[in-house]
Each structure stands twice: as structure tokens, then as C-alpha cells.
Design a protein around this ligand. Sequence first.
Ligand code: NDP
Length: 324
Amino acid sequence: MSDAVEFGGVPLDRSARIYVAGHRGLVGSAIWRKLEAEGFTDIVGRTSSELDLKDRGAVFEFFRETKPRYVVLAAAKVGGILANNTYPVDFLTDNLQIQVNVMDAALEQRVERLLFLGSSCIYPKFAPQPIHEDSLMTGHLEETNDAYAVAKIAGIYQVQAVRRQYGLPWISAMPTNLYGPGDNFSPQGSHVLPALIRRYDEAASSGAPSVTNWGTGSPRREFLHVDDMASACLHLLDHYDGPEQVNVGTGTDVTIKEIAETIAKVAGFEGETEWDTSKPDGTPQKLLDVSRLTEAGWTAQIGLEDGLRSTVKWYREHIDALRV
Ligand code: NDP
């Protein structure tokens, strides 16, 4: 694979119809806000109860009626380690069905630009850090989310196949860990950062003397605010036109301990944080190489503490209406 970033994407026409699949989710809702802020005037979305993207016939009918010129595919079955590990069939087949249906129907309508969203878990468990896009398919996947990862890898190949066979300039982006307003804070389904926000907020409001987290706190992880993610997605749609997936991250990582301390601070928790070192730590480091994105002209803008502060505020304002 080549290292050269391929530019030449024609900026999207702000008056054309754009369909955001998964527009109520963490990523989709941020993309919707970004499109509105950038002057898009014909944004279309459907909830899963209005349009189940696993229903192939309904998806084709929707595309025939709606005829979007652009598509952002941010609908997926998403979850943390526990959910991925417990329901691998759902994560594999739901995601394959959603993405194959949307991309096949989009192809039938010759959608001009489509952005497929994957995840950093597509890369091998022991990929060299920071993880470059070329690490794809060079080693074994992390077992706890391999079913989800295989579905996402299939999506990247579908985008590449459409480019090759039909010449449509579709693209893929692979975000790092995301956080922000609209996240899933449920104990069963959440990722590490929303789980920590919930834990520290509860401890702060109950006046608990201590919070216990799993592991040593030493693993390093990268976190990107979802509004930055949305900005990167639009930047790529406007400016990037290449077959290879583009990593989307900040390019820097922090320890889980640092992230926990920052969340404790912004949540106003004044007790002690303890680490249950009998519990597993997971991979020591997970950081994306974002040089391709940087070359394409985009860098993250929202600092971690600022991003966490606004996310904790959002969480508190929406605590009664969070998804379960
Ligand atoms: P969310 O769970 O927040 O949102 C997913 C959305 O998909 C929901 O709004 C849901 O719609 C929709 N959806 C799920 N199943 C169906 C279905 N059968 N039919 C129609 N719509 C459906 O996920 P995120 O926003 O976090 O993730 C979006 C994308 O970003 C995914 O591809 C994910 O892999 C990727 N990503 C996310 C990361 C993260 O940290 N969150 C990290 C890396 C990648 P509804 O609300 O109407 O039910």
C-alpha cells in the first residue's frame, strides 16, 4: 500500500441531500450537528424503529425514495468488551447486515460520496504502536472483539471494492476511542471513559470515600472528543479520496490513571482512587498513527480536560434520559 495521501476530493455541495445513518448515536448526532453548523440544508436521518437497517428490503426502498447524494454510515451495533465478548454473533451479523444493506442500496442509487466508520479494533492485537493504517490484516485480532472487528474489516473491503468496480470515491475512517455528549453511559454497554464518568459522578454525589478501578491504571489509551471526530469526518469527505482507511485520533495517549484523575477532578470527587491490581489491565498501549490524517490537513482541537468537563456537564444534565 502507498503512503501517499490522496487528495482531490471535491468538497461536498452543502445543498445536496445527505443521509446520516445512526444519527441519534454518539457519532451520528455529532456529525448531524457539524453538518448543520456547516450550512448543510438537506440532512436526512431515520431511527432504528423507523428504519431497521437489517431489513434489506426496507433499506432499498428508503434509498429509492430518498435518493441521498451523500451518506455517512455511523449506524452500528456498538458496545464495550463485556457486550462484545458475550454476544459475538450479534456484533458480527448485525454489523455485516447493516453495512452491506446500506452500501448495496447506496450503490444502486450511485451515491456520490459515502463515509464508512470502523474502529481501531480492526488492527492486530500486537500491531506496532502507534498503529499505522498499513497494519491492517498483518496479525491476529484481539479475541474479545474479533467478531465486531471482522465485520468492520469487511466494510473497509466493501468500500475498496466499490471504488475498484464502480469508480465511486467512497472512503473509510477508523476512529480511536471517542467520548462526548450522547455517549452510552449504561453499566452494561459502556466503554471505559463513560464508565469512569458515571462511577466518579456517583461517588461525588454520594460522598463516597473511595472509588476502585480495575487494573493498575498504567495502560495508555487515546481519546478523541466526538465533535472533533465529526469535524474530521467532514474534512475527509471534503478533501480525502483514497482507498485506504484513515485513522482518526489525537495522536497522543494518556494512562488510565491520568484519565481517572482528570475525571475525578472535573466531577468534583475528593476521595481516594484505589486500583484493584488483581484485575486484568488489557493491552499496555493503544495509539493510532494519525500521520495520514495530518497530511490530509486535519488535527484535533479539543483538549482532554475541556472535553471531559463539557461531557460531565452533559451527563449530569441528561442523567434522567440516558440510554439503558
Ligand atoms: P452508538 O451506539 O452511539 O450509535 C449507533 C447508532 O446506530 C444508534 O443511534 C442506532 O440508532 C443505530 N443503529 C444500530 N442498529 C441499527 C439498526 N438495526 N437499524 C438502524 N439503526 C441502527 O454508536 P457510536 O455512535 O459510538 O458508533 C458509531 C460508529 O462509530 C460505529 O461504526 C462505531 O464502530 C464507530 N466507532 C465508535 C467509537 C466509540 O468510541 N464510540 C470508537 C470507534 C469507532 P437508534 O438510536 O435509532 O436505535
